[in-house]
Design a protein around this ligand. Structure first.
Ligand code: SF4
Length: 171
């Protein structure tokens, strides 16, 4: 398997195979976070993804669930995510749900229609580190988007039927 740096899996997810489709974080500038500071952001090569899917299929051919890595794989554009979904279904025909972490601004370049297509291909749930709904706090931690963006982009997910959890920082 191609795993880059430390692997962080969502602790609230049921156990499922982990497929890396990006390396690092597309933002990597939040003041409180050093999880991916040593990793340069890059989309994973499609050849790596295909090799890893073949390996997952050899161990868990019946799996119906997949967790996509790494920090914010939803940063990939629609075309690439769509192609990855097709590849997943080619190797793992029983897949029903794919989950991943996302930044709010990962959603910006995707239309509701494109989000619906991804949902129909199994991207049913995103885990979004919103951190705060307060504009001053978002600027202070250098989150890279405004509170209004959270509302606008999550509304697009609502319209597309993609479920999401928002994680907030305490203290
Ligand atoms: S977007 Fe997430 S992973 Fe990236 S720097 Fe901020 S908190 Fe860390």
């Amino acid at each position: 398997m191609h795993y880059t740096g430390t692997v962080y899996r969502n602790p609230y997810e049921p156990p499922s195979p982990l497929l890396e489709i990006t390396q690092g974080c597309s933002h990597n500038k939040c003041k409180f976070c050093n999880m991916y500071s040593a990793v340069k952001y890059n989309p994973s090569p499609m050849e790596w993804i295909e090799e890893d899917l073949a390996e997952i299929a050899s161990f868990y051919p019946e799996t119906n669930r997949l967790q996509l890595l790494s920090a914010d794989p939803f940063a990939l554009n629609f075309k690439r995510l769509d192609a990855i979904c097709d590849l997943v279904h080619k190797y793992l025909p029983n897949i029903e749900i794919m989950t991943m972490a996302a930044r709010v601004d990962n959603i910006t370049d995707k239309t509701v229609e494109e989000l619906k297509i991804l949902k129909d291909k199994g991207i049913l749930e995103l885990n979004i580190g919103a951190e705060s709904g307060d504009g001053w706090t978002l600027d202070f931690v250098n989150k890279g988007y405004k509170s209004q963006d959270i509302l606008e982009q999550c509304e697009k997910l609502d319209k597309a039927g993609i479920e999401y959890w928002l994680t907030f920082l305490n203290g």
